[in-house]
Write a protein that binds this ligand. Structure first.
Ligand SMILES: Cc1ncc(COP(=O)(O)O)c(C=O)c1O
Length: 314
């Protein structure tokens, strides 16, 4: 069957998760002609981000194990994209969804999850994503039978989505031998799942993880591990390097990608580009694959692309 037919005939929305394009990034090509850079365009997922993969994987894992039953409400803490993904998959599969979010997440994110019918519970903005984690744990402990709590920071099905999906797609799509993999760290699912599979395939592949340079930052979706609750799924042994991206240079690179390549990407894609640029200083040739987790249109009110004010996350 042709790709068009496969994607349209009788498919529910969740069937469209994954199989995102691998785009050539030409931003650095002029100065580094012997290094090819590619990015997984994760905003092509139906919920608009890489987190569709993790949400679907954790929800279907819950269904298989029997922990997620009819009548239970899906609840989790989320800085945004996972919430949108839970809300979309929950709506498609007929589950109620409750999301605990820091009060300062972008207006677009709040509006989106509400549009999918999910309920938001706000945690203290000053406590960042850790405050949301603490609040959801309290809610679940108070009423354990009401909820299915996937706990994206501890759930192996999060990283498995990337081990079985993202990485396998990258290996099939890359037009040559991959030398480096670069990805940002939030729950760490994308990095750990993908890097684990890529290194099994070719142990010579170097994996570079990117976190915000400081605890107080503007890179929505990413976590500064030294000052955060460390996700249980994090496997530091997979990272050959862990680099800290500054906020403004990451924003500048996101803006440059939009203006010079038509790639309207979000904050954390800018951080990935910052790490790719740093890596290029040390490379003569190679093939780098990175992940662009979401699109810039999700941040238009935040000032990433002008107007609005820039948020800070801790
Ligand atoms: C925009 C964005 N970038 C990057 C990430 C990090 O992905 P992961 O949680 O798989 O580490 C997230 C996670 O929520 C995100 O929303």
């Amino acid at each position: 069957m042709s790709e068009v037919a496969q994607r349209t005939v009788g498919s529910g929305i969740v069937k469209l998760i994954g199989n995102t394009p691998l785009l050539r990034v030409r931003l650095f090509e002029h100065e580094h002609p012997n290094v090819e850079v590619y990015a997984k365009a994760e905003w092509f997922n139906p919920g608009g981000s890489v987190k569709d993969r993790a949400a679907l994987s954790m929800i279907e894992d819950g269904e298989r194990s029997g922990v997620l039953r009819r009548g239970r409400t899906i609840i989790d803490s989320t800085s945004g994209n996972t919430g949108i993904a839970y809300a979309m998959v929950g709506a498609a599969k007929g589950y109620r969804v409750k999301l605990v979010m820091p009060g300062n997440v972008s207006a677009e994110r709040k509006a989106l999850v509400t549009a999918y019918g999910a309920e938001i519970i706000y945690s203290d903005a000053l406590e960042g994503s850790d405050g949301a984690i603490r609040l959801v744990r309290d809610l679940v402990a108070a009423d354990p039978d009401l909820y299915f709590y996937p706990d994206q920071y501890s759930n192996p099905a999060n990283a498995r989505a990337h081990y079985e999906g993202t990485a396998v797609e990258i290996m099939a799509q890359a037009p040559g031998r991959i030398t480096h993999f670069v990805a940002g760290l939030g729950t760490t699912g994308t990095f750990t799942g993908t890097a684990r599979r890529l290194k099994e395939h070719d142990p010579a592949i170097r994996a570079i993880a990117v976190q915000p340079e400081e605890s107080f930052h503007g890179l929505e979706g990413l976590k500064h591990l030294p000052t955060s609750i460390v996700p249980r799924i994090w496997d530091p042994g997979l990272a050959d390097e862990i680099w800290g991206s500054p906020t403004e240079p990451a924003y500048d690179l996101a803006r440059e990608a939009a203006r010079t390549e038509g790639l309207l990407v979000g904050h954390s894609s800018g951080a990935a580009l910052w790490a790719v640029q740093r890596l290029l200083q040390t490379l003569r040739q190679g093939l780098i694959v990175t992940v662009f987790p979401d699109s810039g249109d999700r941040y238009l009110s935040t000032g990433l692309y002008g107007g609005g004010h820039l948020p800070r996350h801790g």
